[in-house]
Design a protein around this ligand. Structure first.
Ligand code: NAD
Length: 397
């Protein structure tokens, strides 16, 4: 059985889906691992390191592969040359990639989306949204510290005392908590706000001060946030304004699954910030938490420099790839029939890539299979609602 690792081709993508250090985990499961030349180059992994780890590196890596792993969805021309029944694992934001999903369906590819791996405790080690959010959160705090022309920590020196910077973090999910922890480690005074009930305790556990706006919490399905009404959003903005005006750095990481990022900070609120202040908007790519932020750009609003995130995990491609590759290894292991280990009668039978579609993690992550879109939300978005089942003759209507 062969697993192919592609060289990413999308603009701005520096990560790679497998790192040399983890190749051995796949070969130990019985797979042959084939890597496209220069696949790891942008993440500082050389072809030789893959070869030393037991992989082959050549242009025909995809030929005869049973499974193709990548970070971004595969390009159309690659999908179209894969034989029917080939499996793919990648990020696959289906609402933005409808054409890719149609191609995967029409080519009979069994595709799995890392975004759809259920966030249950058994699948935590396969949760690439969390692993990449961790990288993004860290990076946001470092960017804020780097852009701010003053110290994060309190410094008491013979020449006098330098006051610490004040950092406000909005959204305290995986990325926000990592941004808080990093800013705290750098010595800033950190305050944070999130709409979820559990957030205040999580913020405090990172050593930051939860901002209490005395508004109702907004808990949705699965412990995620719910979308705000416009009234509530306006009230939240009004109550947050003084905290933001006082901040030296503002980091925003708020998101609501499946929706545009909530607009938490207006241009007017940023204009109230002090000279030299910095805003880092991790959500810039998905609509922006801050009015006027631009993905991949630094714009000036009032006195503040506003940095908009664009594929932020890819800005730290080494560790982001390492974590993503471990998520992939864990998912592949779940989908591997370990052959001789599990079947005495067939002793010596090699391991096989054999996803068990009765497993909720496998079925949850699957987008297309055997020529159909099997992920309900994606199918409905692309093909429309399922027609009502036709009633057989003679049955009650
Ligand atoms: P996310 O990226 O969807 O959202 C980021 C944060 O933004 C969330 O904490 C959300 O509450 C917050 N937010 C949304 N609207 C907001 C608003 N108007 N104002 C302020 N904040 C707002 O979330 P995430 O980081 O993927 O995770 C969110 C939750 O899921 C957390 O409770 C996390 O612990 C949990 N989680 C569980 C698992 C698991 O069980 N395997 C894995 C990852 C995350």
């Amino acid at each position: 059985m062969k697993i192919a690792v592609t060289r990413e081709t999308r603009d701005g993508e520096s990560r790679v889906a497998m790192v040399p250090e983890l190749v051995e985990k796949l070969t130990a499961l019985g797979y042959e691992v084939a890597v496209e030349p220069d696949a790891g180059r942008a993440a500082q992994f050389a072809d030789d390191e893959y070869v030393d780890a037991g992989a082959t590196v050549d242009d025909s890596a995809l030929d005869g592969a049973d499974l193709v792993v990548s970070v971004q969805p595969l390009p159309t021309e690659t999908i179209r040359r894969l034989p029917k029944g080939t499996a793919t694992i990648s990020f696959l934001p289906t609402s933005q990639e409808e054409d890719v999903v149609r191609d995967l369906r029409d080519c009979g590819i069994t595709s799995f989306a890392m975004e759809f791996v259920p966030r249950i405790s058994r699948a935590q080690s396969m949760d690439a949204l969390s692993s990449q959010a961790l990288v993004a959160g860290y990076r946001c705090a470092i960017v804020a510290a780097g852009m701010l022309r003053r110290f994060f920590p309190l410094s008491m020196t013979a020449a006098g005392t330098v006051q610490p910077a004040t950092v406000v973090v909005l959204g305290a999910g995986v990325a926000g908590l990592q941004a808080i922890a990093t800013a705290k480690r750098l010595g800033a005074v950190v305050q944070a706000y999130d709409v979820r009930a559990a957030a205040a305790e999580e913020i405090a556990s990172m050593g930051a001060k939860p901002i209490d706006l005395e508004l109702d919490t907004l808990e949705g399905a699965g412990g995620y946030a719910r979308e705000m009404t416009e009234d509530r959003a306006a009230k939240q903005r009004e109550l947050l304004a003084p905290y933001i005006a006082e901040a030296d750095a503002l980091i925003t990481t708020a998101a609501v699954p499946g929706r545009r990022a909530p607009m938490l900070v207006t241009r007017e609120m940023v204009e109230q910030m002090k000279p030299g202040s910095v805003v880092v908007d991790l959500a810039a790519e998905t609509g922006g938490n801050v009015e006027g932020s631009e993905p991949g750009e630094v714009v000036r609003i009032g006195n503040a420099q506003v940095w908009g995130g664009r594929n932020v995990p890819s800005q730290m491609p080494g560790p982001a790839s390492r974590l993503y590759a471990q998520n992939i290894v864990n998912l592949v292991e779940l989908m591997t029939d370990k052959g001789q280990e599990t079947d005495e009668e067939n002793e010596g039978r090699p391991a096989a890539f054999a996803p068990d579609f009765d497993d909720e993690v496998v079925v949850g992550a699957c987008v297309t299979r055997e020529g159909s879109i099997v992920h309900d939300g994606t199918r409905e978005a692309i093909e429309g609602p399922q027609p009502a089942e036709t009633t057989r003759e003679g049955e009650n209507q």
